[in-house]
Design a protein around this ligand. Structure first.
Ligand code: GRF
Length: 232
């Protein structure tokens, strides 16, 4: 079977750009058949812009404050993405809510990543909210953007344990390491034509055989009473 074309990415950022970096690194390692056609930041001076430039990737700044409405801002994004012939839009720390203008221009072709196991803890400060709720497992989610905040068909998730001595930083770091792992995976599934959106759900075609024993339980030594491991 002929190999599919590399996916042409437009990456939207507002800041640090470590997920952008992970995607670029996966491409350069040959693990992801993709080309980053354009990186757009709504903030001048976002560190992610310099990362893109170091890899020779075209960048532009579209400052949302120049526009009277979300729709007008999104029209400017769409025309830049279309001019760059992008066929998948990847939000990576992009701090703007997208309107119908963008979602209609790229139906089921806008991805985002969020540092929680959605639908838990949408919105800002998800890691702080996870700590405050005392969850034992936190994680991250890549999803197709739908109207609403951090809502949309889920593509890939990764879970991490919350440790008793975690603070926001240590938990965020543990989650971020998984974000960097799963974003390239989600994009690669798209590139291979293996994602089908059915309502709220994403069907993955030909998924790898699951390991039914793979379960993350936290605290790790937890057992039913009466089944305690013998101390020797
Ligand atoms: C990540 O935690 C991502 O999940 C959230 O914003 C952060 C962006 O980090 N949406 P970076 O700019 O990719 O380093």
């Amino acid at each position: 079977m002929a190999e599919r074309e590399p996916v042409r990415l437009g990456v939207l950022i507002s800041g640090r750009g470590s997920n952008l970096q992970a995607i670029v690194d996966a491409i350069e390692r040959g693990e992801l058949r993709a080309v980053v056609k354009l990186v757009i930041s709504n903030r001048a001076g976002a560190p992610g812009l310099a990362r893109a430039e170091r890899h020779g990737i075209p960048t532009c700044v579209i400052d949302h404050r120049r526009f009277g409405s979300r729709e007008e801002f999104d029209r400017a994004l769409v025309s830049a993405l279309n001019a760059a012939q992008v066929n998948l839009v990847v939000c990576a720390g992009f701090m703007r809510i997208l309107s119908r203008v963008m979602l209609d221009a790229f139906p089921n072709r806008v991805m985002n990543i969020h540092p929680s196991l959605l639908p838990a803890f949408p919105g800002l400060d998800a890691q702080k909210a996870a700590l405050e709720h005392g969850v034992r497992l936190a994680g991250c989610t890549v999803f197709f953007v739908a109207p609403g905040t951090d809502d949309g068909p889920i593509i890939v998730q990764a879970a991490v344990p919350v440790m008793p001595d975690d603070d926001e930083q240590t938990l965020s770091d543990r989650i971020l390491a998984q974000e960097h792992r799963i974003y390239p995976i989600a994009i690669s599934l798209f590139q291979q034509g293996r994602l089908q959106v059915h309502g709220r759900k994403v069907l993955i075609l030909d998924p790898p055989a699951p390991d039914s024993a793979a379960a993350l339980v936290n605290p790790p030594g937890a057992r039913m009473a009466g089944h305690r491991a013998k101390r020797t």
